[in-house]
Design a protein around this ligand. Sequence first.
Ligand code: ZN
Length: 265
Amino acid sequence: MYRLSTSGPVVIGQGTVESFGMRLRIYLYAVDGLLIDTGPRTLGQHLPGFLDRLPPLDRVVLTHLHEDHSGMAAFVAWRHRVPVYCLDTTGIAAGERVRLPLYRHVFWGTPEPFVAKPLGDAVETERYSFHVIPTPGHATDHVALYEPNQGWLFSGDLYLGPRVGPVMRQESLPALMDSLRRVLELPFDTVFCSHAGPVAEGRAALERKLQMLADIQGQVRELAARGWSMRQVTRHLFPREPLITWLSMGEWSMRHVVRSFWPRG
Ligand SMILES: [Zn+2]
């Protein structure tokens, strides 16, 4: 189920997915008729309970197309007759079926396709005006929503938590660092993260995350310059292989953290 709470006018739904001995939290946010992300299909049966406690919806914005965010977009669009907006309106957001690796299908479920509208520079609701901030890194189509008057940053998967964990093969951590720098230029204080929830002192948390990434980048570059191999650097900096690396057959790995920072040329 989704546990309901509020932060000012923002309604928060917190769900938990458990599979393969792992637990992952999901946070959905709704404010002034806007729903930010829709959660995975594996929590789909609980979504109506959350939606029915919200004031009427006008639109859905997806921070990116990963299945734990877009999983129920088709359902919400159909049930509430509302448009779905996202940056990348191809693939699943253009009505095409996707095929996920089995572990992702089991954990999050495979989203139903939907037809999205392209996200512009801003999302205007009755009371608020959200700036759309492209924040690639975790995914190329990732955006954050920033409300300057309220100091809110809906950060999708930009932050994720205080530690640097395994990342997916396609992620670019240098791009993620640029995205963190871009949002840190904005005056915000409340960060609404899709997996860590509302982050107290969000600015300081994002600054710490950026610093942590910069430290890892520095270590990777230094060891690479000494002639270490990517494998040696990974073993040295991250001696323990997380469970997800085995489950995902390497799609999620600390190795990709090192590879992402590996000096080129
Ligand atoms: Zn994601």
